[in-house]
Ligand binder design. Sequence first.
Ligand SMILES: Cc1ncc(COP(=O)(O)O)c(C=O)c1O
Length: 401
Amino acid sequence: MAVKSQIPVMDGGRPVREVFLPFARPRITETDIQGILETLHSGWLATGEKTARFEEAFGGYVGNRFAVGLTSGTAAIALALQVAGVRAGDEVITTPMTFAATAAPIVHAGAVPIFADIDPGSFNINPDQVAARITKKTKALLAVHFAGRPCEMGILRHLANSHDLVLISDAAHAIEARYDGRKLAEWSDISTFSFHPNKNITTGEGGMLTTNRQAWAEHARRLRFHGIARLSDDGFPVTDVVEPGFKYNMSDLQASLGLTQMETIENGLESRRLIFEHYNEAFRGMPGVSVPPPVPERSRHAMHMYNILLDTNCLCINRNRFCRALNLENIGAGVHYRSLHQMSFYREHCQLKDEDYPASAFVSDRILTLPLFAGMSVDDAQSVVEAVAKVLRCYRRNGVR
Ligand SMILES: Cc1ncc(COP(=O)(O)O)c(C=O)c1O
């Protein structure tokens, strides 16, 4: 008779671990806390000197001359589209294998999201599918570097240059990533980043837009605060509203956390790399799962998420039940993402069908995210491996239970 720990919790057994392991957790140090306290004591909490310092440090790190601190990565995408001149009726080509935040700002701009299918190995947008969808109405390419893996930036850059398109990087997962030896923001006309608590660094909530074009940065800076410009003055600042703007400005409270988080950004990546490689070793060759492929030597994966693909043919439960089984084992597995082409709004609004997105549809039904965050221990990772192996073993089709 099987011992209780070998029976899945879903069938009345005992969990692999006693304490729930989330799929992401922000790493907050004493230095972070001291920085926030200092800002609280300073009496200045809104956009100010700390925001300016964080922008400078962040822009320098990602390789762009200008950086604009914002309230979220979603706000950064909205402003990127606006300063790039995306207007009603324009088309923006993007990937369906992403979070809702990538596509909604396109719709809000009055433009049309055109989804291009992904590469089933990298889960990133497939440049051939992009090329096939470029029309006279295409204004921009919005590339998402899924899980921190760089897109094929050489080809996307070439497509953008030859069709006069703006290349925007949604680098919410990929602050530290590089493609062919260069940072992603250096390949892109505009890049956007997120500092949500589950991202590689956090400001609580927050985002950043970066670019090398001064005019675009100044426009984004004006748009983030009500479209207000300063008129020349006689010692007293007279302002004018030159366009309807937004309330998207980052606060100094957020920026002070961002500043100290920047100090450990490379260390955080190294910490995640240990876990990522432990998973790769353990899952490579495990029947029923496939692991992320390696990135070329001159590129760098930011290792934001670790995703496996389940071979659902050899299981008697689907991916969602598999996830549920892992959660009951106290493993915070999640789904990133159900493809946007299957989400009811985009499916209906853009009349999208699975047949037109075979790779996204395939991945969407099989993908699973496993816990990965800086500071996670190898023992934690090993408990994830054991739980995945246990659930695979117990729910294998025709297998012995
Ligand atoms: C790919 C992607 N783009 C954009 C965003 C939006 O970032 P934020 O939550 O800071 O608005 C996210 C957030 O999860 C994301 O995963």
